[in-house]
Design a protein around this ligand. Structure first.
Ligand code: FES
Length: 156
């Protein structure tokens, strides 16, 4: 027996009860701190989760499945009222406005020549959207593309 037990006439049962009350208060305090931290951290982590590469950014739109566009092919889509041209290269998916910067005709992808062509006045753009020839005054606007789990996402 130690000195405390010898001085306490009731015995070690009371000491155990006091210890469990302290433990309980410790757990209440620790639980409160944990709940407070969780309440602050979980919303922040939920917001950052897509940015960490596990999903699309919140402001990106899923527009197609990767398998819909074979390598070397293209697909036209309409997103938020804008016509877009998606082109799949061996390395990536590129997205451009499908509206020619000359007079607004809809451009096409020529997979044999690897050029974006405008049928109205023979405007030609390269795979970066730059004007190669013809009257278009500016490059085609391009858009950020991400491919996640076989889905194509675009940010307008
Ligand atoms: S509208 Fe495209 S070249 Fe004129």
């Amino acid at each position: 027996m130690n000195n405390i037990e010898e001085q306490n006439p009731i015995g070690p049962a009371i000491l155990k009860k006091e210890m469990s009350r302290r433990d309980f208060i410790d757990w209440v305090i620790k639980g409160g701190i944990l709940a407070t931290l969780s309440g602050m951290l979980l919303p922040a982590l939920a917001y950052l989760w897509p940015v960490m590469g596990h999903g699309p950014k919140v402001d990106m739109e899923e527009v197609a499945a990767l398998e819909e566009i074979p390598v070397g092919a293209s697909k036209k889509i309409v997103l938020a009222g804008s016509a877009l041209l998606l082109i799949r290269t061996p390395q990536e998916i590129k997205a451009f406005s499908a509206i020619c910067t000359h007079l607004g005709c809809v451009v096409d992808w020529d997979g044999r020549k690897h050029e974006i062509v405008c049928p109205c006045h023979a405007g030609v753009f390269d795979l970066e959207g730059r004007v190669v020839s013809g009257p278009p005054p500016r490059p085609l606007p391009s858009y950020l593309v991400k491919v996640i789990n076989g889905k194509i996402y675009i940010k307008l």
